[in-house]
Design a protein around this ligand. Structure first.
Ligand code: BG6
Length: 465
């Protein structure tokens, strides 16, 4: 039986000629080699490339990423790279890969390929015995609804046991996302107020300024709900809502996330708003008359003792005014008392802001006395910028690739949670609301503005907290 904790001794990247490898994986590999990794890296794809070509592409990708390539690190990385050409759909073309991997006992296969190829590649790896003692990393999307997710899960499970399967969600590799758990469970002062008695609402915004760019063909078959809500946004929500895990072990943490999902009501399609930015249907690769959403807003409800009655609002969209991901916890208003009988406004609610990917950090908004004769309060921010205080964050792909090679699963999605998250959003996939067209650079369809009317509205991440 394979040792689940032994480090991988070869890394095979399926789809090495693709966009993900160029943008994210080569920079991550460079950092891993810089920090001492010495395992051979095999790039596999169908293009007519050779190892020199692969090295050139790797070098270009590092330079495009702005990395100051250091000669010594580069020559080590270049010497670890090998290219193998093959057809993803044909198990016979895996022979050269088997030959390249001879003597390696615990390879890690990273599937940076179109989702339609996941199943056939996994089956082919098993057909030639390459799954033995191996790990597999699968990129999202894991299926496109509950049924396909369950089917993909079965195909993977037939070849790779769960402890050797790594479903990557790069948001879990972001330091500011991991900080949510640290913030909650390394600070004893927040736990007593982290529940329905004190929290009035929670909101998560994932806003992107750009449109679908060159990914129109992929995106048009997916849409915002599948692309980022089912995975990145829900993962943030789970970290905000989960109970304290009994340890930092992978199963303890992932069990708690699963419990939140199990307590979540399936979405009500009528409580969601779908939008599409003006001009989307003219983007290259997008079908004429497409009703794919580039914006979605939804209200999640968690029926647990901690959260019953607290709405969790989420919105995600492209062509919005800013690139920003943030989570906002709004607490209840204080009783009026001290401020009663005055014309002065009631003190605002306290709020806590987690910023992710845009000046990463946390802000706690409290009330302070406004200078002057009157007893009036105004909000002030207790604010920390992680970069300034803690230094540069580690890149998510470096962290996650390193964890997968070491067999550490905490930051990877487990099959049961993936299926459960599809169960939650499935009604919206079955009965999608019509898409509202919105202007580029605005905050999406007007219908979404009213969703939080009773809860103080959406927070604009560009405003001071
Ligand atoms: C990807 C989505 O998973 O995440 C993209 O497919 C999205 O559509 C991207 O732009 C956002 O990631 P980040 O790290 O840039 O916020």
């Amino acid at each position: 039986m394979a040792d689940a904790t032994a480090a991988s001794d070869a890394l095979v990247l399926f789809g090495i000629t693709g966009d993900l490898a160029r943008r994210k994986l080569f920079p991550a590999l460079y950092r891993l080699v810089e920090h001492g990794s010495e395992i051979p890296i095999v790039g596999f794809a169908s293009s007519d490339w050779n190892t020199d070509h692969l090295r050139r592409r790797a070098r270009e990708s590092l330079e495009a990423d702005g990395i100051e390539v250091e000669g010594n690190v580069w020559s080590r990385l270049a010497s670890l790279l090998t290219y193998v050409r093959g057809d993803y759909r044909d198990a016979a073309t895996l022979d050269p890969l088997c030959a390249t991997l001879r003597g390696r006992e615990r390879p890690l296969f990273y599937l940076a390929i179109p989702p339609a190829l996941f199943e056939v590649v996994v089956e082919n790896l098993a057909a030639v015995g390459l799954n033995r003692n191996a790990r597999v990393v699968v990129e999202k999307p894991f299926g496109r609804d509950l049924g396909s997710s369950e089917r993909l899960g079965r195909v993977i499970a037939a070849a790779f046991p769960e402890e050797r399967t790594f479903r990557i969600d790069h948001y879990l590799g972001k330091e500011a996302v991991q900080d949510i758990m640290v913030f909650r469970f390394a600070n004893a002062i927040f736990e007593p107020i982290w529940n329905r008695r004190y929290v009035s609402s929670v909101q998560v915004t994932m806003a992107e300024e750009f449109g679908v760019e060159s990914r129109g063909r992929f995106y048009d078959g997916v849409g915002a709900l599948r692309d980022v809500v089912q995975n990145h946004v829900l993962q943030i929500l789970l970290l905000l809502a989960m109970e304290p895990p009994s340890s930092s072990g992978p199963e303890a943490v992932r069990d708690e996330k699963l419990k939140v999902l199990q307590a979540m009501r399936s979405l009500d399609p009528l409580a969601t708003v779908r939008g599409q930015y003006r001009g989307y249907s003219e983007e290259p690769g997008v079908a004429v008359g497409s009703d794919t959403e580039t914006y979605v807003a939804a209200r999640f409800e968690i029926d647990s003792w901690r959260w019953a009655g607290v709405p969790f609002f989420v919105r995600a969209g492209k062509a919005l005014p800013v690139n920003a991901t943030e989570a906002v916890i709004r607490f209840h208003h204080p009783p009026r008392l001290l401020f009663a009988g005055k014309d002065a406004p009631m003190p605002q609610r306290n709020a806590l802001y987690f910023r992710i990917g845009r000046s990463d950090g946390v802000t706690l908004q409290v009330q302070a006395k406004k200078p002057g004769a009157e007893m009036v309060s105004r909000p002030v921010d207790l604010d920390v910028d992680f970069h300034e205080v803690l230094g540069a964050a580690q890149e998510p792909y470096e962290r996650l690739l390193g964890d997968a090679m070491a067999g550490r699963q905490t930051l990877f999605a487990r099959a049961d949670s993936v299926n459960e998250s599809w169960r939650v959003i499935q009604p919206v996939l079955d009965r999608p609301q019509p898409v509202h067209v919105y202007d580029r650079g605005g905050w999406g369809p007007e219908a979404s503005f009213y969703m939080l009317a009773e809860y103080g509205g959406w927070h604009d991440p560009r405003d001071a907290a």
